[in-house]
Design a binder for this molecule. Sequence first.
Ligand SMILES: COc1cccc(Cn2ccc3ccc(-c4cc(N)[nH]n4)cc32)c1
Length: 237
Amino acid sequence: MRIDIVSIFPDYLAPLRLSLPGKAIDRGILELGVHDLRSWTRDVHRSVDDTPYGGGPGMVMRPDVWGECLDDVCPDDALLVVPTPAGVPFTQATAEEFSTESHLVFACGRYEGIDQRVFDDAARRVRVREVSIGDFVLIGGEVAVMAMIEATVRLIPGVLGNNESHEQDSFSDGILEGPAYTRPQQWRGLSVPPVLLSGDHARIAAWRHEQGLARTEALRPDLLAGPTVSAGPDHTA
Ligand SMILES: COc1cccc(Cn2ccc3ccc(-c4cc(N)[nH]n4)cc32)c1
């Protein structure tokens, strides 16, 4: 898989080269390109924003600079992912869909977002997904992109080590994971649930499922209400 990211703060994405994505890069499973949007500016001030038509607070990112950048960075077979508060929810299903792509391009906006015509124009030749990572407003797209990349890259075969796996992920089977424990068996007067010491793998699996179900009912009853909308193949934003 190749991932390209465009941002006016490329250094913000440096942590992606640590830990998991970094290991995937070192092992040749992932290629990562980070691009400074200002490289596509043509004015002496290297301007990337302007005042919004129709008035309102803040600034909007210019279509001309973004358009020329995506012409260079985003080929027709790539999936263009645009983080925004006004997007389709990014879920584990979205991460699974993204993990099967050969080329992802992430456009990190700032200010009040990017001129909509950038995505309308891009949609003429590439698949575009406008995606939200949650119902809260960030200052820009970089943090959202890092979260989406981590959730996506860990699903690529060979990225997680033998001791880690995503088959039992929260959300992958629609319910939350139950509690986890490790040594010591007694800690500050608290014990590990005896079933986990029993060696009876069927009982342990059943207990973990019950715990996950109870946690889901208590904290996320919405997950038990049935299928939700998310940014996937049938939801073009
Ligand atoms: C576009 O509409 C906006 C309205 C008010 C502020 C901002 C700030 N902003 C700029 C670019 C950008 C990219 C992503 C996000 C974002 C995503 C999620 N889930 N929360 N916040 C926020 C972003 C944008």
